[in-house]
Design a protein around this ligand. Structure first.
Ligand code: BGC
Length: 451
């Protein structure tokens, strides 16, 4: 479907949250400054071979020193809110010990600057940068992680809760548990079910427990957590492809929201993986504790997936038919561009019934941008946003309670395993000089927000 290009921010109504999102490990740099401890990404990105181009995230866009300029740019583009994450290692450098006053001071400055500029802060509590000292003790596989994380959340809530009301607890729990603890592609680089299963269970518990802490500590808090999600399409009507799609759908879309809504983990007889997960749950009798009534759910959808049966792939017996082999529009990451699919997944989450409000807590795309004479003419990204915002408006008009859209991302930054090759920003970053250049998509957003 083609969505009308003539829409503007006004069509979404008053009080809508229009923002950009960034993350500490991707933007801050200054990886050891002012008492900060090492995170798993500081260590993992430093191992050659793990990241494209053998680069690390130690300096990246230097948001730590340039936050004032970057917030000013956010304001200049017309946004009214700013999502950033707090590095656990700045607040509690070794994860469990002393609180680092300089870390608190840094985020106080960022928050106060946001407020002075009229940007409502949205704070993410965990965007994948676990303290390395905790990883040495097993990280998300250790059941003590919940105690450690709860303390970090409490410290943040007490330090910032007077001014920060909007909280996103975890960024994409399926993302960091699968890539980091099953596939080994992200930090900490672990693999296998013995790591994956406990990591899932502890992350599911973390989102609910942190929610309860925030509710008890921060007055008038607006609490949510974010999920990666993808419409899953079976390659054919054959029984085995349909079953393969069902299994992948459980992993990609249902694994974390269902326990959060109080439904427990999903079940499917033909998927023994879930029984193993259930064992973790039973052993600790935690179903009740996995439940928390969030004020909103953050949706992050980057692509749909087409799935077919593959007997050689363990656990799911399924493999993805990549967009690169399917002759469909795609981004520089090889991810399918499909605004209809974005619309479908929003409706799907809304149709759970227990979801009160939805914020699109990330949305964006990487393209092969070229900076020519000080201009990045990224028409593909502009079209991307036009299409996706059109789809979002359609869902909103049909009654989905959508409260905000946060573009991913303010500026080109460290894109995890893809290093600095994948540019998602509305602003171009020159990683040698730290020069920022607003791309045409940034100007397009400014006009869209002003009209
Ligand atoms: C993550 C971001 C990431 C983006 C693009 C999301 O899964 O939250 O940190 O940069 O996708 O890959």
């Amino acid at each position: 479907m083609n969505y009308p290009y003539k829409i503007t921010a006004k069509d979404f109504g008053q009080g809508f949250h229009w923002g950009v999102a960034i993350a500490a490990a991707q933007n801050e740099g200054a990886y050891l400054k002012d008492g900060k401890g090492l995170s798993i990404w500081d260590v993992f990105s430093n191992k050659t071979g793990k990241i494209k181009g053998s680069v690390n995230n130690h300096h990246t866009c230097d948001f730590y020193h340039r936050y004032k300029d970057d917030l000013l740019l956010t304001k200049a583009l017309g946004f009214n809110c700013f999502r950033f994450s707090i590095a656990w290692t700045r607040i509690i450098p070794d994860g469990t010990g002393k609180v680092n006053k300089e870390g608190i001071a840094f985020y106080n400055k960022v928050i106060d600057e946001c407020l002075a500029l009229g940007l409502t802060p949205f704070v993410t509590l965990y965007h994948w940068d676990l303290p390395y000292e905790l990883e040495k003790k097993g990280g998300w596989t250790n059941f003590l992680i919940n105690r450690w994380f709860n303390r970090f959340v409490t410290v943040c809530a007490e330090a910032f809760g007077d001014r920060v009301k909007n909280w996103i607890i975890l960024n994409e729990p399926f993302g960091f548990t699968s890539l980091g603890y099953m596939l080994g592609k992200h930090a900490p680089g672990k693999t296998g079910l013995l790591n994956f299963l406990p990591a899932i269970h502890h992350a599911a518990l973390a989102q609910a427990e942190a929610g309860k802490i925030l509710r008890a500590t921060v007055s008038k808090a607006y609490i949510g957590t974010s999920f990666s999600c993808s419409e899953v399409i079976a390659y054919s009507n054959k029984k085995e492809d349909v079953l393969a799609a069902q299994k992948v759908d459980i992993l990609l879309n249902r694994l974390f929201i269902e326990p959060l809504l109080g439904k427990g983990y999903p079940r499917l007889e033909e998927f023994p993986f879930l029984e193993k997960l259930e064992l973790h749950n039973k052993a600790w009798k935690y179903t009740e504790r996995l439940h928390f009534d969030m004020d909103f759910i953050g949706i992050q959808n980057y692509f749909p997936v087409v799935v077919k049966y593959n007997q050689f792939i363990p656990i799911v017996n399924a493999s993805e038919v990549k967009a690169t082999t399917r002759n469909v529009p795609q981004t520089a990451m090889g991810w399918e561009i499909n605004a209809d699919s974005f619309y479908h997944i929003i409706k799907r989450f809304w149709n759970y019934g227990g979801v009160k409000e939805i914020i699109i807590s990330e949305s964006g795309a990487a393209f092969k941008d070229k900076l020519v004479n000080g201009v990045v003419n990224d028409t593909d990204r502009i079209q991307y946003f036009q299409q996706y915002l059109g789809a979002l408006l359609k869902a909103k008009k049909e009654g989905v309670n959508i409260k905000g859209f946060l573009a991913w991302t303010l500026m080109d930054n460290f894109e995890w395993a893809a290093g600095y090759n994948a540019r998602f920003g509305l602003i171009h970053t020159d990683f040698n000089t730290q020069l920022r250049t607003i791309k045409n998509s940034g100007y397009w957003f400014r006009d869209f927000l002003q009209k």
